[in-house]
Design a protein around this ligand. Structure first.
Ligand SMILES: [Zn+2]
Length: 67
């Protein structure tokens, strides 16, 4: 019964997305928002290379991330 298998797989996926979705910071008690932080970096040849970093932003590091 392939249909039954498909349904349970979708349910599992949905459950995982739901549980990962919100993360609360233990320090400030605010919701952490996952963002992609792009920083400027110059290589040895002087060419500009954007560096992408995945960070989670809450009140603790908000000023640090947004400058
Ligand atoms: Zn925090």
């Amino acid at each position: 019964m392939p249909k039954k298998k498909d349904r349970s797989f979708t349910a599992k996926l949905a459950h995982e997305t739901r549980t990962i979705h919100v993360e609360i910071c233990k320090v400030c008690g605010k919701e952490k928002q996952p963002i992609v932080h792009v920083a400027c970096a110059y290589g040895e040849t002087g060419t500009w290379r954007p560096q992408r970093r995945r960070v989670k932003v809450c009140d603790c590091n908000r000023t640090e991330v947004y400058g």
